[in-house]
Design a protein around this ligand. Structure first.
Ligand code: TA6
Length: 278
């Protein structure tokens, strides 16, 4: 079942329910902010104090960071790009079978985006909801000159206790530590007892998020970089729309094309970043 819903302030989203799972996707940012398999706890974390207002990114779920990841050299432009605070068009829904529902959203250039980023583009996100969650983010260059993008499906995962959570699959991978801006190499699994903000490169396998109560797999295609982030105590106290203890129940493992893994698209060329969570 697919339902178009609106909050009291007019904020609209699409709700999906099928025999495998349920999900909610906001039209702003094509931002999935709820994904829960039947008889399980939600897989995506959502801040209890998130904004659901146009122009403000939802804190949680999967923000689409595009056409740049992180800060733009023009500091007047929004961190992580403008896609997640833009209104996307809901173009297609497909109830593939009783267990699987696919939704497609689209964003293209307009005078507002052209003021921030001087390129003509088409951005499409296909979200497939079943006992796994697949997100396919396709960029097409509609311009007459090449352009560069960096991007991430900035997935917030819900965990039962960050102190009992580990991220596997990045052993020996090089990473940029965004807290020190130093290049390091991962030694073993990632555990959490302080702020972690790292951009891993040369990632070519599955990532495993091991929580006290469950194991989540993340498989990426069209991407060789992964961002791992937990703000820990002090940074959480400075983040918008996060309760002060929120760090205990979330971790971001982001499927990306970030830093060295950025992409340059020629006119009419496309690139698709795929993340599958299961
Ligand atoms: O992906 C990690 C990160 O870049 C952190 O440095 C932190 O800024 C986080 O994204 C959240 O960014 P936001 O703009 O959503 O507050």
């Amino acid at each position: 079942m697919i339902t178009h819903k609106k909050l009291a302030n007019g904020f609209s989203y699409i709700e999906v329910k099928n025999s495998s799972a349920e999900a909610k996707v906001a039209l702003q940012g094509a931002h999935i902010f709820h994904y829960k398999r039947v008889n399980e706890e939600p897989i995506l974390w959502l801040s209890e104090v998130s904004d659901f207002e146009y122009g403000k990114a939802i804190r949680g779920g999967v923000p689409v960071c595009w056409p740049w990841f992180g800060f733009n050299e023009d500091k007047s432009l929004p961190q992580h790009g403008f896609a997640r605070i833009s209104m996307w068009e809901f173009v297609l829904s497909d109830e593939v079978d009783e267990k699987t529902t696919a939704l497609t959203f689209r964003l293209s250039h307009d005078e507002k985006t052209l003021q921030m980023w001087h390129h003509k583009f088409l951005l499409e996100l296909k979200i497939t909801i079943s006992d796994r969650l697949t997100m396919e983010l396709k960029t097409t260059n509609l311009d007459d000159k090449s352009f560069e993008i960096s991007q991430a499906l900035h997935t917030y995962f819900s965990v039962s206790d960050i102190c009992e959570t580990t991220v596997k699959g990045l052993d020996k991978k090089p990473y940029l530590d965004a807290l020190t801006w130093k290049n390091e190499v991962q030694n073993g699994d990632i555990s959490f007892n302080q702020e972690v903000d790292r951009v891993y490169q040369e990632v070519d396998g599955e990532i495993v998020l091991k929580d006290k109560n469950r194991i989540i797999h993340i498989k990426n295609q069209g991407s060789s970089s992964v961002v791992v982030w937990n703000p820990w105590i002090e940074k959480t106290s400075r983040m918008s729309a996060m309760n002060k203890d929120a760090y205990k129940w979330m971790v971001c493992v982001e499927s990306a094309n970030a830093f060295d893994d950025k992409k340059v698209l020629k006119p009419q060329e496309s690139h698709t970043l795929v993340a599958t969570i299961f």
